[in-house]
Design a protein around this ligand. Structure first.
Ligand code: DX5
Ligand code: ZN
Length: 227
């Protein structure tokens, strides 16, 4: 098996929105592999954030892919707008879509990678008939809606199960984890099977974002060396 490639995706939810362009530039210079963009609608989740307009505004600064996490219901009508706004990945929650297969196709038809997101209590059975259309599996390790929550440990066996499903599919599917990821637990999360790590507060609440990301990479290297 070829060694897994790790990606760190700072979540802009914890950035300073008054200086978003600078925050984007800074976190990319600090070593971000992706920019995680959390979209909340005060309906599917109890919070309200940003939409395609803000995504398009940061796109000129984004020299790494924009990873859009849709926490909105309905999903389909906003997909083309995010594709136009510069998204590379668009992920959504199966509970928020009437027709999961159709939404996955819609995202891919717009030239983006399609991701399916699993809340802590959402079972992986939603993958059963769509593995051939999924490019990213995103396991939530908090209940969606807010940054700065604690990692829910039931995400670890779930990541392991998702990793088994990916291996069985033989496809190059990314396994992303979101919520409560820190340098202290990132090694254990990688060992469970994740390859893409969203971290909001653990990066943006640090003065030195470069050091925060570097510490995560050190822990990832240590975890895989020990494996
Ligand atoms: C939560 C969001 C996360 C959030 C993670 O609903 O999807 O992306 O920003 O924040 P931390 O890393 O602080 O848990
Ligand atoms: Zn997210």
């Amino acid at each position: 098996m070829k060694p897994r490639e790790f990606r760190i995706a700072p979540s802009l939810l914890s950035a300073d929105f008054a200086r978003l362009g600078d925050e984007v530039r800074e976190v990319i210079a600090a070593g971000a592999d992706l920019l995680h963009f959390d979209v909340m609608d005060n309906h599917y989740v109890p919070n309200l954030t940003v939409g395609p307009l803000v995504c398009a505004a940061i796109e000129p600064f984004a020299t790494v892919p924009i990873d859009v996490h849709l926490m909105v219901k309905p999903v389909d009508r906003i997909v083309p707008d995010f594709a136009k706004a510069g998204a590379s990945i668009i992920s959504f929650h199966p509970e928020a879509s009437e027709h999961v297969d159709r939404t996955l196709s819609l995202i891919r038809d717009h030239g983006c990678k399609a991701g399916l997101v699993f809340n802590p209590a959402t079972p992986l059975v939603h993958l059963d008939h769509v593995m051939d259309k999924v490019d990213v599996i995103l396991i939530m390790s908090v209940n969606p809606g807010f940054g700065g929550q604690s990692f829910i440990r039931s995400a670890l066996p779930k990541l392991a199960e998702a990793r088994r499903r990916i291996e069985a599919s033989g496809r190059d599917i990314w396994l992303e984890v979101d919520g409560g990821v820190k340098a202290d637990n990132i090694g254990e999360i990688a060992r469970a099977g994740a390859d893409t790590f969203v971290a909001g507060s653990a990066i943006f609440n640090e003065k030195d974002r470069g050091a925060a990301i570097a510490r995560m990479r050190t822990e990832l290297a240590r975890a895989t060396m020990a494996a």
